[in-house]
Write a protein that binds this ligand. Sequence first.
Ligand SMILES: N[C@@H](CCC(=O)N[C@@H](CS)C(=O)NCC(=O)O)C(=O)O
Length: 212
Amino acid sequence: MSLRIHAYPSTPRAFKALVVANHLGVDYEFAFCDLMAGVQKSETFTALNPNQKMPVLEDGAFVLWESNAIMQYLASKKPGALTPTDERGRADVLRWQFWDATTWDPACTKLIFQRVVKAKFNMGGPDEGEVELGLRMFNAAARILDQQLTGRDFVCDRLSVADFALASPLMLAEAADLPLQPYAALRGWAERMAALPAWRATLAMQQTASAA
Ligand SMILES: N[C@@H](CCC(=O)N[C@@H](CS)C(=O)NCC(=O)O)C(=O)O
């Protein structure tokens, strides 16, 4: 097995890579990147990713960071499974992954950081100004995603890496008190994603990794 994924599974970006690998049934080795212990700052890890952030994928000598790129790479191992093979379908999936990276992920992350990460890493209480900004960003993005999901099961024509990218931060929806209530289509889709066997298997990795 040459594929290895370095990840701290209880973070949404790690979840993106792991859940896609699990859904596709790709054979990989899980390398626990313990953020609490500062593994990401080690010399060995920095050589893999100079940003000192996980997730990181290794496939033999090939090293890849950025969760959305990792998802695309994993999907390319099983062509057609989570990425369409036609050019418009591919562009549509990419469009939503770019929107994730530029718009949805930063909105979710702002609230997750203030309400979950700070407490976990003993960084003090939430900054109310940042929470307010996070809520504005979240609602603006959630409206667009909810509109896209109205009347459809998945973000693009069928289940794709775009769904996994966009749904991953929602594994912390409760903990971060993400205001999903007004967005019925978004909530229905989030439930469908959370019911996938790979989603549950990836959540279980969080328990195993934190107990390690
Ligand atoms: N844009 C990157 C973000 C990766 C990222 O920010 N990872 C965070 C956790 S969610 C991390 O490893 N942080 C370690 C640190 O900042 O020390 C991606 O999507 O992969």
